[in-house]
Ligand binder design. Sequence first.
Ligand code: C2E
Ligand code: CA
Ligand code: CA
Length: 748
Amino acid sequence: MDRFKSFIKNNTDTFRLMVLLFFIVVLLVVFHVVSLNRMADIEVKRDMEMDTKVAVCVLDNKLSGLGSLAKQGAAAVARVSEEHDSVEFAIDKLLDTYVYAEQFDECYYLTADKKLYMQNGQLLPISDDQIERIWSEEDEPHSYRLLSDLGIGSSVFYMASPSYIGDKKIGYFLGGLTSSYRFSEETSTYMELESNIFLIDKDGHVFAEIDKAQDSSISNLNNLYSYLEGSTVKNSNEPVAGCFSTGGNGYKIISYDGKEYAAAYSETFITPGCSIVSIMEKDEFFISFVSQRKKEILIMMIDVLIIFITMLCMFLHTFRKERTLEDALCYDSLTGTLTREYFKKSATELLQSNKIDYCVAVIDIIGFRYINELFGRERGNEIIKLLAELIQESIGSRELVARRHAECFEVLVADSDSLKLSIIDISEKLKAFAINVDVTYPVIVRAGIARTTEKNRDIMDLVDKANAARKAVNPKLDVPIMDYEDVLQADIRQREEIEAAQEAAMEHGEFKVFLQPKMDVQKNQLAGAEALVRWIKVDGTMVYPDEFMAVFEANGFVERLDFYMLDQVCKMQKRLEAEGYELVPISVNQSQMLLKNPNYVEKVMDVLKANDTPRELIELELTETAFFGDTERMVDIMNRLRDERCRIDIDDFGSGYSSLNMIKDIPFDILKIDRMFFSDSNSGTGKIILEKIVEMAQAMGVDCICEGVETPEQEDLLRKIGCRYAQGYLYSKPIPMEEFIEKFMRKK
Ligand code: C2E
Ligand code: CA
Ligand code: CA
C-alpha cells in the first residue's frame, strides 16, 4: 500500500487527470439523467417545429400547384363566358373537359346567381351558409384560397378561385379533393417524428392530414377535437381554433381531457390563415425519447467505463512494472528484505533525518554452512526465510533489515535492548523449527551490535563495526551477542596483553619458525620453503601471526621479530649444511616497517655475515604494498640488496593495487602471486590474469610462484600456464622446523 501511495505520488498528474476525467463523466451522466425531461421537451419542440416546417414547404409547393390550376380553371370559365356570353355554356364546355380537372377529384363552379354546377353540368343544391363561405367580397382576381369541407360531393377540401369579367366577379371555380387524396409520401419521409400533421384553417377545421399510416382516414376528422378524441366525430363545431388562430409559427402544449399534447404550427405561404399543425401526445414521445436516451447514456457509460478500465489497467501495469523493477533493485528475492544497497540508502536517510540514537546489528547463524551441507540447500533456505521473517516481525515500521549474504542480515533499529530480547526469542523459535524438521545441527543465532554516536552516523562504518563485533562473538556464550564497544575493549585488552608479553616471549624463545614447502611443479620436487612465525606459549597454545603481527607492526617490535626469524633461518641452514642435507632457499617475511630503518640493508647483511650464510639460501619476502609512497627509496634499498646478491621476492602480488608498470622499475628475483587469483580462477577472469602475470614474469626474466595452491587442478593449471613454483596446503601447511626437515629434506 505504501508503495502504491508513493507510486501515485510520483504519477500525480496522470492520476489526477484520470480522477478528473472520471468525475467529469459521472457528472455528465448525472446531468443527462437529471435533465432528461427538459431535454425531451427541447427535443420534441425542435423536432416538431422542424417537421411542421418541412410539411409547410412540401405542402405549399403542392398547394400552389393546385392553386394555379384552380386559377386557370376560373380564368378559362371567365374567358369562354365572355366570348359566348353564357356562364352555363362555359361550364358545360369546360368543366367536363377541363384538362387540369384530372388533378382534382371533383370540379365545381358556383355562379353569381348562386347556382352550383358539378363538372357533368348537374346542378347541386347549396345552402346560403355554404355560399357565404365560398363567396367572399375580398377575393381578388387571379387569387385562390383553400376551403375546408363544404359538404358537397365527396370532396374534403377545395381550391377556390374567382372568375372575373372586367371588374365583375361572375363566379368561383372550385377544385375539390376527396378523402382519398394523399399528400405525397415524400412529405413524411422528411419528418423526424411519429407525430400527426394536419392542414387546418384558422378556425381549426381540418383540411387534410398528412397521412403517414396509409390506412387512417381523414374523412373522420373535421376538426382537431376529432383527432384528440380518437377520431370520433364530434358534433361540436367548436374547434381547437384559438390555439393556432394567431397565425405565424409556434409551439404549444395543449391540455385536453387530462392529456397533454405537444403541437407545433406553421402558417402556409399560399393561403393566409391556413396552418400546418404537427401534434403528438406528449407521453408517447417522452417514453420513446427517454428510453432511447437511456440506451444512449448506457452505451456512453459503458464506453467510458471501458476507457477508464483500460486506463486503470495501463496505470496498474506501469505500477506493477515499476514495482518489479524496484523489487529487483530494492528487495532480496529470497527473503523480501532489503538489498544492501537499498538498506544503505534508506538507513542513511533515516540517520540523517532522525536525530535519535540508533543501533546497527549484523545477525547470522553460527556454522550455517554445515546446515546447508548436511541438510541441503532447500532446508537451509527455509531457515534463512524464517530468520528473515522473524527479524522483520520484530522490527518497527521505521526500522530496516537487509540481507547481507546467505543467512547474514543487517538491521537498523532504535532500541538495542529490545533487539537483544528479540534475538533471543528468534533464536528459540528457530531452534524449535529446526527440531521440528529434524535438523539436528544446533541452530544458534549470533549478533554483533554497534551504536550511533554523536560523531558517527555513517551507516557503512556502523555496519562494519557491528560485523566485527559479530565475528568476535564467543559462540559458547549463552546469549551470543556482542557489542562493538566490548570488542573494542577486548581488542585493547588483547593488545595490552600482547605488548606486555612480547619481550618475555622473545627471551623464552616462544616465537618458533614454522616452514611451508615450495614445490617445483615441473620437476615435482622440493624447491624451497617459507618461514612463518608461530607464537607457542608456555602452556602450549599456539598463536597465529594475524593475531599479533598488527600489534608488533604498530609498536615496532616486528623489527626484532623479523631479524630474529632471519637469524633463526640462517642458523638452520648452517646446521643443515653441517648435517649434510641438500639445501634449498628459505624465504623470510620482511615487514614494511623494517624498510623505514635507514640501516636496514646493513642489518640484514650483519645477520647473514654473522651466520656465514650463502646469499642464495635466503630470500627476502617484501609485500607489494611496501612500494607505495616512496618508490625511489624502495628502489634504492632493493638495488643495494641486489648489490649484496640478496634474493628478493615480491609477496602477495596482485592483492593490492600493484600495477605491472610499477613492478617493471623494481629489481627483484621472484614474483609471488597472491592466492586470491585461485578463488577467481574458476570464473575464467582469474585464470586469464594469472596466465598474463606468468607470461609477463617470464618476459621480465623472473621466476614466479603461486601461493595458496590447494587442489591438484590448481597445480595442473600452473603447469599448463608455465608457472614453475607452487606453495600451499596441497603440499603441506606450515609445520615446525624439525617436522619439515624430517618430511621434506634429503641428505646429499
Ligand atoms: P603470507 O606471507 O602471505 O603467508 C602465507 C600465509 O598463507 C600463511 O599464513 C600460510 O599459512 C597461509 N597459507 C599457505 N598455504 C595456504 C593455502 O594453501 N591455503 C590457505 N588458505 N592459506 C595458506 P600465516 O602463517 O598465518 O601467516 C599470515 C601472514 O602473517 C603471512 O602472510 C605474513 O604476511 C605474516 N607473517 C607470518 N610470519 C611472519 C614473519 O615472520 N614476519 C612477518 N613480517 N610477517 C609474517
Ligand atoms: Ca610471505
Ligand atoms: Ca603471501
